[in-house]
Design a protein around this ligand. Structure first.
Ligand SMILES: Nc1ncnc2c1ncn2[C@@H]1O[C@H](COP(=O)(O)OP(=O)(O)OP(=O)(O)O)[C@@H](O)[C@H]1O
Ligand SMILES: [Mg+2]
Length: 273
């Protein structure tokens, strides 16, 4: 399928052949990382499924951020290999949303220009950059005035701008490290649903670190439960409730059971330490 004007709406899983659809998106093999004498990862293997939203959950300091930072190339690994459909990271367009949106956005650029910034780095002309930001904004139904500067926006609005900046390059994978933890509760609920909407619209593979189990289950197709360091997979817990999920989802038996199951495993892991 060749589309001269790709939008995020036109890159559904349907463009992949069947083998690509079922093959893992990211393969992690033999991942090893030490900080001083402590092994954070020791020959860690894991497959990230394609087009799914997975949450990474585990005890404090077990290595959740380190994991996505190594996959995204922000932190070097000591050993091991991470491949995206068999390709190295440098051939991959990815997005990363940081926890601290206040430091992530450029304060001297309007929201619009913050979002367009990666396109500028890619060398796109201004007309094309503007068109793509407009298209993304319309597509997501964003109601923010993008002519404002970050300091004129609420925390949630700033984080939405960060997410849009990550999406503007049409990443094949999006990493998010506790993206809502600095927001108030109302804004967190709103942002979860925005993220879910983006996920449903784009089918982008997403890896979300969350310290909130309810959020992790609510948003995910799978919860990756990690042990204390050196981190291993305690369980990769599926949660298949239909989307869009809503307030009602949280009181459904399947949600309650999945969350309770994850909590049990988590507590066992915490007690083990
Ligand atoms: N640059 C560093 N130098 C030394 N130790 C580090 C460094 N970065 C992380 N660590 C240690 O590695 C371990 C894993 O850190 P990481 O930030 O990945 O954990 P996390 O699971 O994201 O924790 P949290 O739940 O607090 O966000 C922690 O014990 C941390 O102290
Ligand atoms: Mg962390």
């Amino acid at each position: 399928m060749n589309n001269p004007h790709p939008t995020i709406a036109t890159r559904p899983a349907a463009v992949f052949d069947d083998s690509r659809r079922t093959a893992p998106h990211v393969t992690i093999r033999g991942l090893t990382k030490h900080y001083e004498d402590t092994a954070i990862y020791d020959r860690f293997d894991f497959d990230i499924p394609r087009g799914k939203l997975i949450s990474v959950f585990g005890p404090n300091g077990c290595g959740k951020s380190t994991l996505i930072n190594m996959i995204a190339g922000l932190v070097p690994m000591d050993d091991g290999e991470v491949l995206f459909d068999g390709r190295p990271l440098k051939q991959v367009k990815f997005g990363y949303v940081f926890q601290n949106y206040r430091e992530a956005l450029f304060p001297w650029l309007r929201a619009f220009d913050n979002i367009a910034y990666p396109l500028k780095l890619m060398g796109l002309a201004k007309g094309e950059r503007d068109a793509r930001v407009e298209r993304l904004s319309t597509h997501l139904g964003v109601k923010i005035d993008l002519a404002l500067y970050p300091y004129q926006l609420s925390g949630g609005q700033q984080q939405l701008v960060s997410i849009m900046r990550a999406l503007i390059v049409e990443p094949e994978i999006l990493f998010l490290d506790e993206p809502f933890s600095a927001l108030d509760y109302e804004m967190t609920l709103f942002m979860r649903d925005q993220l879910q909407r983006v996920f449903m619209e784009t089918a982008t593979t997403m890896v979300l670190v969350s310290h909130d189990l309810e959020e992790a289950v609510y948003l995910s197709d799978y919860v990756l439960l990690l042990s204390r360091a050196p981190a291993r997979v305690v369980e990769f817990v599926p949660y298949a409730a239909p989307r869009p999920r809503s307030d009602k989802t949280i009181s459904e038996p399947d949600f309650v059971a999945t969350k309770a199951h994850c909590l049990r495993l988590f507590q066992q892991e915490v007690q083990r330490g």
